[in-house]
Design a protein around this ligand. Structure first.
Ligand SMILES: [Zn+2]
Length: 266
């Protein structure tokens, strides 16, 4: 009895726990950066200005030491970024009002890349989530749901990634990439009480959406979103911790995001 007590104490001290007969040690693992670089070629919406990073000073100054400083400018909704409810909800909260407990927490990753191979306009449905649950169990409340469509592999090929190289409204009409069905978004909110949703495409709504109903559904329920998420092929189906810290732009509808996951040893 005393021996069992000591073993349990040691496990708690080491940050370990048993989940579905698997030993998870949260204090041992690795960080994975799910953020794309911000640079001139970073994907922005066709109607947006792309990322600006200009040299202000670079080199040895007149005092004899090296000094560099740059100017950057960016639209809120390009590259790996965070959407606040204000993006599509008139009275929704802006980015600086999102609390740390809302952009951190345990995550799951749902892989629909097989279905997307046959249809680049694929809409992720609640059936996809039920299929995930058959293997991994019910999605816990307040989970951060990452959606892997496989489009991350096209990041360096903007035509393949978005469906167009055109800019302006003409480009918007030619966007073709998968997204989350609005009904599935409502299902995640009402049936699973999720915290946030992320996707490896330019938008949580699919490319051909004209009404952005998935955005509107999520944000009217105070569920936030991450877009252009990188490297989801390296994220397990569950048992990882998400840190999605956006730039704190007062009054912003979204912001550049540094998205990290902690993947514990199993
Ligand atoms: Zn956005």
């Amino acid at each position: 009895m005393r021996k069992h007590y000591i073993i349990i104490l040691c496990l708690i001290a080491a940050g370990c726990g048993n989940i579905s007969n698997k030993q998870i040690c949260w204090d041992r693992g690795q960080w994975l950066d799910l953020t794309w670089d911000f640079e001139k070629s970073t994907v922005y919406w066709p109607t947006n200005v792309t990322f600006i990073h200009d040299t202000v000073t670079f080199g040895i100054n007149d005092k004899g030491y090296f000094y560099s400083s740059f100017l950057y400018a960016a639209e809120e909704h390009g590259g790996t970024h965070f959407d606040a409810p204000l993006h599509f909800a008139e009275n929704g909260r802006s980015i600086e009002q999102i609390l740390p407990e809302e952009f951190t927490g345990e995550g799951i990753c749902v892989d629909v890349s097989d279905k997307v191979l046959a249809d680049r306009d694929y809409l992720i449905t609640s059936e996809d989530f039920l299929g995930w649950e058959k293997t991994h169990g019910t999605i816990p409340a307040q989970t951060i749901v990452l959606l892997r469509t496989g489009f991350g592999q096209y990041w360096n090929d903007p035509l393949q990634y978005t469906g167009t190289l055109k800019t302006g409204s003409e480009g918007v009409g030619e966007l073709h990439f998968p997204g989350l069905d609005p009904e599935a978004a409502l299902w995640l909110i009402e049936e699973r009480n999720v915290k946030a949703v992320g996707i490896d495409t330019p938008s949580i709504d699919y490319g051909q959406s004209a009404d952005f109903l998935t955005h509107r559904t999520l944000f009217s329920h105070n569920v936030t979103a991450y877009e252009n998420v990188a490297h989801l092929q390296s994220v397990p189906a569950r048992n990882f911790y998400v840190v999605a810290a956006p730039m704190k732009i007062k009054g912003g509808s979204g912001a550049p995001l540094r998205l990290l996951v902690w993947i514990p040893e199993v």
